[in-house]
Design a protein around this ligand. Structure first.
Ligand code: BTN
Length: 271
């Protein structure tokens, strides 16, 4: 059932220094990312967060739509102004990791990251991240990190390639979205600081949470499966994929169209 977002409850749970202290709640918008894109960078504070109960044109990666029921999930965007452009992929993955870490407090099922930007549980997608940046020369002017997390929705359309799932569906419980949002922002602020400090724990933790980490996998680029099998070593400090080929040579990939094919999927894709 659709619930109006309780801003006071959210603010009481928030323990960040700067992330989400400047917060806007919208009942309805086209997309929280599109909304922030239209605001000039100089009018946006670092750490500003906008959340909408209903997105009429929610957007996902690769021009896909992000469609969820109003008032049942979390759909929000952070505006960040980091000093460097290097490692933005790692920053996106850090936000996905923060979501996975927080959801892990509500269920014992393992919440994992699917390269490049998804959060999965039980082979189903529970959340995703869409990062969009504008640059002033080499420096990012604003980095918009849009996050969608399925919380209380009871059913999703079947038949999409990535079957969606909500926290409610895997636990049988209903959750306060305000509490989960505050917990996610608390964790993102910690990980952001570690990212700024270039702490190696960031890419190590992300690597450990990635589906297929340590396994022999196959890779595809632009939907074409690449010859051979690769040992998946996770990501480096830039967020690039690290793999060993069958001759045990180290390869790195940053191409955003690259996909990791694991388990039974890897067998069916090469037939
Ligand atoms: C993906 O998995 O493809 C990324 C999904 C990102 C969805 C979020 S919901 C809030 C923000 N606004 C959007 O229009 N998209 C992102």
């Amino acid at each position: 059932m659709s619930q109006v977002f309780d801003k006071k409850l959210f603010q009481n749970r928030l323990s960040t220094r700067w992330l989400g202290r400047d917060f806007e709640y919208l009942k309805k918008v086209d997309s929280t990312n599109s909304y922030l894109k239209k605001i000039p960078a100089e009018e946006l504070n670092h750490g500003f967060v906008v959340l909408a109960d209903d997105q009429e044109k929610g957007r996902g990666q690769h021009q896909k739509d992000w469609v969820t029921k109003p008032g049942e999930n979390l759909t929000f965007t952070l505006a960040l102004k980091p000093d460097r452009a290097e490692g933005l992929t790692l920053l996106t993955l850090s936000c996905a990791l923060a979501v996975a870490n927080v959801l892990q407090n509500y269920s014992r099922r393992p919440f994992l990251l699917k390269w490049p930007n998804d959060i999965y549980v039980d082979h189903k997608k529970i959340g995703g991240v869409l990062t969009e940046c504008s640059f002033l020369g080499p420096k990012p002017e604003k980095v918009l990190i849009g996050i969608g997390v399925n919380i209380n929705q009871e059913e999703f359309n079947v038949g999409s390639v990535q079957q969606a799932v909500s926290l409610h569906q895997i636990t049988g419980e209903k959750f306060k979205r305000e509490e989960i949002l505050a917990n996610i922002l608390n964790r993102i602020e910690q990980l952001y600081q570690s990212w700024v400090n270039r702490e190696i724990t960031v890419h190590k933790e992300i690597s450990r949470a990635l589906i297929g980490f340590g396994d022999w996998i196959r890779l595809s680029i632009d939907n074409e499966v690449i010859e051979g099998r690769y040992k998946f070593l996770g990501v480096n400090e830039k967020g690039e994929l690290l793999v060993l080929n069958e001759k045990l040579e180290l390869n790195t990939y940053s191409h955003e169209q690259i996909r990791i094919i694991t388990g039974s999927e890897s067998i069916s894709k090469v037939r």
